[in-house]
Design a protein around this ligand. Structure first.
Ligand code: Z5A
Length: 214
């Protein structure tokens, strides 16, 4: 019987290094003989990537918080059913740049959507499916902003004020503290090498604990 793959998500405010560290994690796993799928949210399948474009586009029309919330979960439903679940069932490990913790942090902490409403949609879309491990890359908001903001035009989220991102950081940390077995907080204000080292060491522990790899 095929052993289900592990589902590991990378979370944090913008600019903390999620995209960089997910690649470092995949490379560390490859060295250990594990071929992991790297994907992201919102997005991950052609249709979910189309929803991402709708979500990130800057527009004059105000976007209602319920519209934003439902689009996040619409993209997630497609991503989960068409890509993530089949790959995990086939035994592949899946590394995902953001997942539902981002919805609790951004739409919940950032926008003020009640937690219960998000949890309801989580139940509809995911049932009891949750990430096996969440790597929370944590750094002060000004550190993330200064890394992310020299990339050119800002998307709809990046246009928000510092207070928005501070609430998001607080929401992530509060969730992580409730479940320290599943959430692994990494100090992302450290050098790139130090953060990659911490992420690679954690991958080694996971592979050893599963008795997998070559
Ligand atoms: N969103 C939401 O609201 N609700 C949801 O449920 C979901 C998402 C799933 C898209 O996310 C937006 O969707 C996001 C939240 C919302 N909006 N925001 N903000 P995204 O993940 O695609 O966008 P992002 O968070 O803006 O990603 P990012 O800015 O690309 O950040 P990152 O991936 O964490 O950082 P990075 O690209 O790896 O690194 C940024 C730069 O810093 C780069 O030049 C690196 O070389 C550098 N870097 C990274 N680490 C270091 C260290 N340690 N030292 C020095 N320099 C570093």
């Amino acid at each position: 019987m095929t052993t289900r793959g592990l589902f590991i998500t990378f979370e944090g405010i913008e600019g903390v290094g999620k995209s960089t560290q997910i690649r470092a994690a995949a490379a560390a796993l490859e060295d250990l003989g594990i071929d992991a799928l790297v994907t992201r949210e919102p997005g991950g399948t052609p249709m979910a990537e189309s929803i991402r474009e709708v979500l990130l586009a800057r527009r004059d029309e105000p976007v209602h918080e319920t519209t934003e919330l439902l689009l996040m979960f619409a993209a997630r439903a497609q991503h989960l059913e068409i890509l993530i679940r089949p790959r995990l069932a086939a035994g592949q490990w899946v590394l995902c740049d953001r997942f539902t913790d981002a919805t609790f942090a951004y739409q919940g902490g950032g926008r003020g959507v009640p937690r219960e409403r998000i949890a309801q949609l989580e139940g509809i879309v995911q049932g009891d499916f949750r990430p096996d491990h969440v790597i929370l890359l944590d750094a002060p908001v000004d550190v993330g902003m200064s890394r992310a903001r020299h990339r050119g035009e800002l998307d709809r989220f990046e246009q928000e004020a510092m207070g928005f991102f501070q609430r998001i950081r607080d929401a992530y940390l509060a969730r992580a503290r409730l479940d320290p077995q599943r959430y692994h907080i990494v100090d992302a204000a450290q050098s790139l090498e130090a953060v990659s080292g911490a992420v690679a060491s954690f991958m080694q522990v996971l592979v050893r604990d599963r008795g997998q790899g070559s």
